[in-house]
Design a protein around this ligand. Structure first.
Ligand SMILES: O=c1ccn([C@@H]2O[C@H](COP(=O)(O)OP(=O)(O)O[C@H]3O[C@H](CO)[C@H](O)[C@H](O)[C@H]3O)[C@@H](O)[C@H]2O)c(=O)[nH]1
Length: 377
């Protein structure tokens, strides 16, 4: 049976149970304008995260909240594999034609090194699944999509800060999957300009957690990324006190790589702005060079931070006495990935305001309250 129409906009989030997905779902709920449907295969995420998001959103409802407000805090969560079109179709069938207003497509594999070892898995999961998703969306007349892309599409960028007009030249299979999916979405919007609207969001380095410490990042296994690794070291989950710094001979102020870290809640707010920009009446596509309604935006702060600056900020937040040892460069690392965030600010009204100390404080709040992440209870 098809669900009855609802005054709330139904938004499907793929990868909703993951680190970024759970914060995006929270942000959607916080507006009280959306009903969230999540699909996730739990490859690198935990269903518990969505239970916690719901609890958090419920706890923030004002007294005497309406039934509709309460409905916004509920999530229709599905365990679903995006490489299986039939599984996606089943979710859309529940809501019928045009029953889902738009999609935020976050689900993907994201480890650069791993993608060089198992490229086919990456192409199937990140590109093939995107094609299947778009096909099912078309079948069900759901033609608005916000796509999670990455700064990795720029490869080794020729200009810092990086504007969106920079040529895309991703190096790893992972990065190439992001370029391909962006291209596929662009081609679709070009082929059917009256039908499709799409925004790709090129994430720089998301960090931190919701300040409640109820949700956060919980990578499976030893974290490969810098901030979760430092958090795991401080909490004793990784029994190391020495961070291996991957190279100090880069052409950067202190020789270590520079990245543009932004708070995950700022990143989540970018998704809301992008989603609203897909609505009729939005002016975001007015200056597109073709009738196609498709754009890409950087989501970053526009402020680069080195590995040593991050270690220092985490030392301040956690009180942990990190030691460091410089080892060779990590394959695939680029010296500097700092966003030019001007376009997203001008056209979407996006600004990543939260500073590095806030990111580290919120990360530590999450990690110290949940030393074993979601796996502990
Ligand atoms: O043990 C470590 C881990 C990281 N680093 C350094 O810390 C910086 C940040 O590394 P992360 O792995 O945290 O982040 P990346 O910028 O490499 O990765 C991010 O960008 C990638 C694309 O470039 C992918 O999108 C990935 O998912 C995303 O987390 C890099 O200079 C890295 O060399 C270390 O020195 N030691």
């Amino acid at each position: 049976m098809v669900e009855a129409p609802s005054p709330l906009k139904r938004v499907l989030v793929t990868g909703g149970a993951g680190y970024i997905g759970s914060h995006v779902v929270y942000a959607l709920q916080n507006t009280r304008r959306f009903k969230v449907i999540s699909i996730d295969n739990h490859h690198n995420s935990y269903p518990k995260s969505l239970l916690r998001v719901s609890q958090l959103s419920k706890s923030e409802l004002p007294e005497g909240a309406s039934a509709q407000d309460v409905e916004t805090t509920e999530i229709d969560a599905h365990k679903c594999d995006l490489t299986q079109p039939e599984q996606i179709r089943q979710v859309f069938q529940k809501y019928g034609k045009a029953g889902i207003w738009g999609v935020i497509h976050i689900a993907a594999y994201k480890a650069v090194g791993e993608s060089t070892e198992i490229p086919l898995t990456y192409y199937a999961n990140n590109v093939g699944a995107t094609v299947s998703l778009l096909q099912v969306m078309a079948e069900f007349e759901c033609t608005r999509i916000v796509y999670s892309s990455s700064a990795t599409v720029y490869g080794i960028p020729p200009i810092i800060p990086i504007p969106e007009t920079t040529r895309l030249q991703a190096e790893s299979p992972y990065g190439k999957t992001k370029v391909m999916a962006e291209t596929i979405i662009q081609d679709l919007c070009q082929a059917e300009p009256e039908r499709w609207r799409a925004i790709s969001l090129r994430y720089f380095n998301p960090a931190g957690a919701h300040p409640s410490g109820v949700i956060g990042e919980d990578p499976r296994g030893r974290p490969g990324n810098l901030l979760p690794l430092l958090a795991h070291m401080a909490v004793g989950r990784v029994k190391e006190d020495k961070l291996m710094v991957f190279g100090n001979d880069y052409p950067t102020p202190d020789g270590t790589c520079v990245r543009d870290y932004l708070h995950v809640l700022d990143l989540a707010s970018g998704h809301l702005l992008a989603l609203d920009a897909l609505a009729p009446g939005s002016t975001v596509f007015d200056n597109c060079p073709t009738p196609a309604r498709v754009k890409a935006f950087n989501l970053g702060k526009g402020k680069g931070m080195s590995v040593y600056q991050i270690v220092e900020a985490m030392r301040k937040a956690t009180g942990f006495d990190y030691k460091t040892e410089v080892i060779g460069r990590r394959a695939g690392d680029v010296p500097d990935l700092t966003a030019d965030p001007a376009l997203a600010e001008k056209e979407l009204g996006f600004k990543a305001d939260k500073d590095l100390d806030t990111m580290c404080r919120d990360l530590w709040n999450w990690q110290s309250k949940n030393p074993q992440g979601y796996g502990e209870d």
